[in-house]
Ligand binder design. Structure first.
Ligand code: KG4
Ligand code: ZN
Length: 350
């Protein structure tokens, strides 16, 4: 079964063909990073306009790279939630139109759940029960999957997502957007023990908090550069030298990674899963992978970096399991749900 996946929830226009939820046939991602970098973050209106320009060429390219025609495609899977409303609308409108004119079944996909499915494109599919640490620009959560479509949210961030904290701290340090990759490369030349930053204490056993870490980093930078807390954060970067910048990047990354690994280890001990996966843009972080593998007594097969950040292959992969277990949606009725979170799910075969 060949599924065409379409993803436009934020700032990547992506289309991909995946066969039987396992074989990556084509994977096209048009990133808007260059367009948004000048603003230091994603501008929703600009993102939606770029999706309009790119959606048809990206879908055409996914089919031509796969050397397939529409006759070969069995179903379409599209991200309908969560994300930026203007961005989601472009992908879903394209998918709905194609489902109607090409007469294909259509499956709406939850973006955060799809991130987890990048791990099913590995040579060995993860076994259930599977503990998933989902860490992206919009989400930080621990989810226990008992089977496909049968999951429970164990914990999540009470405030900022960890990717958002990477992006905000990068801005304070004067490192380029997106902050995750630029912090992790600056950290390679920094001392992770130079600045002691606090790990937040939160009530829920598997919940996270990152907004305090971001503020603590800001205060430590102000202290180091000899200014008080009223000094504007956007002018701080010019007071830092390269070594201080690298040391702050390494110290922040160390604390953020330990926070994630502490809770994942705790959930691992309680639920004793057969596999552990990480998903979302921050899953590309090498330090997170290193520390997690060091602390958990289980082998973790990490997804390739390019399938951790936003892509449509993960959408097509999850689409395969939907197609096995669920009825397709009516393309005339599909609405976007920009703030739908992943809490609990149990598929029925109806
Ligand atoms: O999953 P994603 O591509 O988009 C969302 O669904 O949010 O995640 C983007 C986030 C950004 O915050 C980015 O800074 C972060 O993932 N990120 C990283 C790395 N690569 C991307 N964070 C830490 N280390 C990385 N290597
Ligand atoms: Zn994402």
């Amino acid at each position: 079964m060949k599924i065409l996946g379409i993803e436009t929830s934020c700032d990547e226009t992506a289309a991909s063909v995946v066969e039987d939820g396992r074989v990556l046939v084509s994977n096209v991602v048009h990133s808007q990073i260059d367009i948004h970098a000048v603003y230091g973050g994603v501008v929703p209106e600009v993102a939606a306009r770029s999706h309009i320009d790119m959606i048809n060429p990206v879908i055409d390219k996914a089919l031509s790279e796969a050397q397939l025609t529409w006759d070969d495609i069995d179903a379409i899977a599209v991200t309908y939630a969560p994300g930026l409303v203007g961005s989601l609308l472009i992908g879903t409108l394209a998918a709905r139109t194609l489902a109607i004119i090409k007469n294909k079944p259509l499956y709406p996909i939850h973006h955060v759940e799809a991130h987890v499915y990048a791990n099913f494109l590995n040579d060995n599919a993860p076994e259930f029960p599977m503990l998933a640490l989902i860490v992206s620009g919009g989400h930080s959560q621990l989810v226990l999957f008992r089977d496909h479509g049968d999951y429970e949210l164990l914990g999540q961030t009470c405030d900022d997502a960890v990717g958002e904290a990477f992006d905000k701290v990068a801005k304070i340090l004067g490192l380029p957007y997106p902050g995750g990759p630029s912090i992790s490369s600056a950290a390679l030349n920094g001392d992770p023990n130079k600045y002691k930053l606090p790990k937040a204490k939160v009530q829920g056993a598997y919940d996270f908090s990152f907004s305090g870490l971001k503020t603590a980093t800001l205060r430590a930078v102000q202290h180091e550069t000899g200014v008080d807390h009223t000094f504007p954060s956007f002018e701080l970067a010019s007071l830092l030298n390269d070594q201080q910048r690298n040391d702050f990047a390494a110290s922040f990354q160390k604390t953020a990674v330990e926070t994630l690994v502490d809770k994942t280890e705790k959930a691992f001990i309680t639920y004793n899963p057969k596999s552990v996966v990480i998903a979302g843009g921050v899953a590309a972080n090498q330090e997170l992978r290193r520390v997690l593998s060091e602390r958990l007594p289980i082998q973790i097969d990490y997804a390739p970096m390019n399938l951790c950040t936003d892509n449509a292959a993960m959408v097509a992969t999850l689409g395969f399991y939907y197609a096995q277990n669920k009825q397709p949606t009516d393309p005339y009725d599909l609405e976007v749900l920009p703030s739908l979170s992943m809490t609990k799910s149990k598929w029925s075969n109806a």
